[in-house]
Design a protein around this ligand. Structure first.
Ligand code: NAD
Length: 339
């Protein structure tokens, strides 16, 4: 049984905690929060032991009538792996804490690749984390995860000569009241190419990829407009068959009549997905086109949840508790990944 702690219980942390609880080979030791807000209350109602992330603020929990199981050091000490889901940049500062107790840690995509021993995507480079020398692993961002899952099989099957992606990015998550734009379309970043391509290269170092980003007034999902020049020219059916084999790629069928990210999310909620989460890349089947050696497609990425199965696999990988196939199959089955 792998003992897992979650430090930072926001958008990603609460989903990781639920996903860990769903794995029979893992035990959720508890979750660490900075303050006794509604998310702390929800964690308590779920029965998750709660730890104060900032010990000096422990009294705030007591004053709010919330019992603590301990402070962050207690959580780190008891855990085999801590999944750090704190805001960008804080994870890096927490490395000293994890070193103190010789506890392995996973970080999220907002942290720098230089702050960790390895960057991770289950489909593309699972084994990078299965090394005794590896203490810190970064599960790459939602966009990098979505691109790595797609590029790895395309490169293996047909060879990727050059990938060009336009990322149409949601302005913020649904609960991020302070994010924007509200009524604008922003080149973001305005510099070309964007940082996303180099981030994919932390997973697939030899991939020739250029990316550009645009931010729009939406909260539900990102949309990628993908163009990949392949070494050989497959038929659309061959591409479709290849993508069908991948459990974390969902080919949105034409018949479903799903025309956008709003209907994708509605579908997820109607089918009982927790929080309406879409762990898979959602690729519009109708968009698959091949012109000479160029493949085109649209895919949507649910930024709040596609990294969740990857965190679960990264826990097994960093503990060397399963090989790639075994872990991905277990994770998919226990969560219900694969629409
Ligand atoms: P979030 O703001 O929703 O959650 C972060 C949580 O950490 C909050 O509850 C906050 O109160 C808490 N926190 C702040 N300081 C802390 C500290 N010192 N110790 C412990 N907890 C602390 O952020 P998020 O969206 O879950 O992002 C977390 C990480 O995941 C970031 O690296 C981000 O880049 C990455 N990520 C986010 C998304 C997304 O779309 N939300 C997708 C993929 C990866």
């Amino acid at each position: 049984m792998i003992k897992v702690g979650v430090n930072g219980y926001g958008t990603i942390g609460k989903r990781v905690a639920d996903a860990v609880r769903a794995q029979p080979d893992m035990k959720l030791v508890g979750v660490a929060k900075t303050r006794p807000n509604y998310e702390a209350e929800a964690a308590v109602r779920k029965g998750y032991p709660l730890y104060a992330a900032i010990p000096e603020k422990s009294d705030a929990f007591r004053n709010a009538g919330i019992d603590l199981a301990g402070e962050i050091d207690d959580l780190v000490m008891q855990s085999d792996v801590v999944v750090d889901c704190t805001p960008s940049g804080i994870g890096e500062q927490n490395r000293e804490l994890y070193r103190r107790y010789d506890t392995r840690a996973l970080f999220q995509g907002g942290e720098s690749a230089d702050a960790v021993d390895a960057s991770f995507n289950a489909r593309a480079n699972y084994d990078v984390a299965r090394n005794d020398d590896v203490q810190f692993v970064r599960v790459v961002s939602c966009n990098t995860t979505g691109l790595s899952r797609l590029m790895a099989p395309l490169d293996e099957a047909f060879g990727v000569e050059k990938a060009r992606i336009t990322l149409i990015r949601r302005g913020g998550d649904p609960a991020d009241a302070s994010r924007g734009p509200i009524n604008d379309i922003l080149p973001d970043p305005v510099t070309v190419p964007s940082h996303h391509g180099p981030d994919v290269n932390t997973i697939l170092p030899d991939l020739n990829i250029d990316t550009v980003g645009v931010k729009v007034p939406a909260t539900l999902m990102h949309l990628h407009s993908v163009n990949v020049t392949l070494s050989e020219a497959p038929s659309v059916d061959e591409v479709r068959d290849l993508l069908h084999e991948e459990s974390r790629l969902f080919l949105v069928p034409d018949i479903a009549g799903i025309g956008g990210t709003g209907q994708l999310k509605e579908f997820a909620m109607d089918t009982g997905r927790p929080r309406g989460d879409l762990w898979e890349n959602c690729i519009w089947d109708e968009s698959l086109s091949v012109e000479d050696n160029d493949l085109y497609l649209f895919q949507s990425i649910h930024q709040e949840s596609d990294v969740i199965p990857e965190n679960v696999d990264a826990i097994r990988a960093i503990m060397d508790a399963a090989d790639q196939q075994e872990s991905m199959e277990k994770t998919d089955e226990n969560l219900g990944v694969g629409l």
